[in-house]
Design a binder for this molecule. Sequence first.
Ligand SMILES: Nc1ncnc2c1ncn2[C@@H]1O[C@H](COP(=O)(O)OP(=O)(O)O)[C@@H](O)[C@H]1O
Ligand SMILES: [Mg+2]
Length: 244
Amino acid sequence: MTASEVVRIEGASRSFGDVKAVDGLSLTLNAGEVMGFLGTNGAGKTTTIKMMLGLLRPTEGSVVVLGGDPTDPSVRAKIGYMPEIAYYYPYLNARELLSFYGGICGMDAKTVRERADELLEAVGLADAAKRPLKTYSKGMLQRAGIAQALLNDPSLLVLDEPFTGLDPLARIHFRELMRSLRDRGKSIFFSSHELGETELLCDKVAVMKNGRAVYQGPVRQLAGDGERNLERLFLDVLEKGGAA
Ligand SMILES: Nc1ncnc2c1ncn2[C@@H]1O[C@H](COP(=O)(O)OP(=O)(O)O)[C@@H](O)[C@H]1O
Ligand SMILES: [Mg+2]
């Protein structure tokens, strides 16, 4: 693992009974990179993300994150994670949610308050911060989840389908937020079905099919007219069985 490598997955597999959810996957995320993780439903994206977070152990192979084992609390402290589906306490408001997570992360109350104000503003929830989460729309919960993932100022941000449920304006703001984080040297790994967003945001992508990466590489240098390159690549690797 070189100093610039933030995630290194080597030959990782994970089975659930007879189902091989991830099958011999290798990938690398370098510092300051944004990587999109694509694939059909059930391709193994969430399983890979859980291995990256140390929530699931690979049955074979290795996963090294920020130079260590992702089950190590000192490694986890540098990761921000937004799950695919978050189950938050419905009677907390967004500010209380962040205080709750800040407490779990061991952050002091003053820092949490300051960060919470900043983040709620950044994700467009400042006005709704005192309303209970049970009154939030899907997109608002998604924004709260993004704020929660950023609370500990992580070096690595891991987001499982962050665009799902966001309206077009929220998508644009989210994309800008991700870009500003990348410009500050953060590394971002996210799964998505949104090819257009992924193309706009990512330095590189991996496309998963049946637990294997059928394509890994840059987004921008793909041959073509610069339009919908990722969509064409996606179709090529998933349906025709070869990269563009
Ligand atoms: N905890 C689990 N128990 C049994 N099977 C699982 C479990 N988690 C995932 N799987 C299976 O592993 C495969 C990959 O799932 P997942 O990683 O969630 O895919 P994706 O996120 O790409 O949609 C699917 O066939 C899914 O049914
Ligand atoms: Mg998933």
